[in-house]
Design a protein around this ligand. Structure first.
Ligand code: ZN
Length: 350
């Protein structure tokens, strides 16, 4: 933990149980090298949650010995779905289940509470931004990347010239709900997997924890009926698959090979859509034993169909510091907003 008198930005990662906060100086140094967590209270509704974010903000300043007057802007990320400006979906979401959250402007509320500009991204986009800047460093503003984060769902984002592609409605980079060619992923006779979003055969319907529980494990247990996971309740069994995979279990490796092939198919879409410099993979699936992690990333790469020109310059890498990626990613977004020049005038006037 390091103190400073220079201007800073603060990043707050809002999760289902905790907020994690970090501090970044305007010259690009993180002053916190670990999680700084406090309760998020999102289940108590918006008013309690905004106060909890303010406590997280005050707490990380106290910890780093900084004065509030040194803070130029704040970055905030939450799980989606939310708009590009931080309005929670009108349908609510897993973390924001209380009715008062529907259509709630969480970014605006925090900005009002703190009296500081607040920049918002969803958690997948924040992690993508951190992966991008962490990997490319000084070259980050001239590079592009795609990041796929495998968790309960499949999150991630697209970064172009160092900035997240948010989209008109804030829904760009929803990688989980991109359809992929199933012929490259499924076994003959395997049922078409379904996603909670209503699509069949999108990337999340294969490459997520939810997909293991509802699609992959039920199928693979018909092929391995004597497997010990057949005796476990489905939700618990799905979480146990990773441990089996690390130990080399055949059923688990089949499941993770399908997830890796699905990510390869998704990255093949990205290669033809935005042609990024880097392809990042993150989430629980890479927070594993090195042998398993390396095998998984190699399998993703093997199933990403790049043209020779692309293969010559593309890189594949893991998203580092997964637990800190959200707070660090939005701190970088806040820093970029502070540094950004005013937009140029339109080329064609009225
Ligand atoms: Zn979907």
């Amino acid at each position: 933990m390091e103190s400073t008198t220079v201007p800073v930005v603060v990043g707050i990662d809002n999760g289902g149980t905790s907020n994690n906060a970090t501090v970044l100086t305007l010259d690009g140094r993180f002053l916190v090298d670990r999680l700084v967590e406090t309760p998020s209270e999102v289940r108590s509704g918006p008013a309690a949650a905004v106060e909890a974010m303010a406590r997280s903000f005050d707490g990380v300043l106290a910890l780093t010995g900084l004065a509030r007057g040194q803070v130029r802007a704040v970055g905030l990320d939450t799980p989606g779905p939310a708009s590009a400006t931080g309005v929670i979906s009108s349908k609510g979401s897993t973390n924001f289940s209380q009715p008062a959250w529907r259509g709630y402007d969480i970014r605006g509320a925090l900005e009002h509470r703190l009296g500081l500009p607040v920049v918002y991204h969803n958690d997948g986009n924040a992690a993508a931004l951190y992966a991008h800047h962490g990997y490319f460093g000084a070259d980050a503003m001239n590079r592009s990347s795609v990041a796929a984060i495998v968790g309960t769902g499949l999150g991630g984002g697209l970064v172009e010239n160092g900035r997240v592609i948010a989209g008109a409605a804030g829904m760009a980079g929803e990688l989980g709900h991109v359809h992929i060619p199933l012929s490259a992923v499924l076994e003959a006779g395997q049922p078409v997997p379904s996603c909670a979003c209503g699509f069949a055969g999108d990337a999340e319907s294969v490459a997520s924890l939810t997909a293991i529980e509802r699609n992959l494990l039920p199928y693979w247990l018909t092929r391995f009926p004597e497997h010990p996971l057949a005796g476990e309740p489905p939700a618990r069994a799905a979480k146990l698959v990773r441990g089996y995979g690390e130990r080399g279990d055949e059923l688990a490796r089949e499941i993770f090979a399908q997830q890796a092939r699905a990510l390869g198919a998704l990255f093949t879409v990205a290669a033809n859509f935005t042609d990024p410099h880097a392809y990042f993979v993150g989430g629980g699936v890479v927070e594993t034993a090195p042998e398993f992690r390396d095998w998984f990333l190699a399998t993703v790469r093997e199933h990403t169909m790049l043209r020779a020109e692309q293969a010559a310059l593309a890189t594949f890498a893991l998203v580092p510091d997964r637990d800190m990626a959200g707070a660090r990613g939005v701190a970088l977004a806040a820093l970029e907003a502070v540094r950004a020049q005013p937009a140029p005038p339109p080329l064609v006037g009225d």
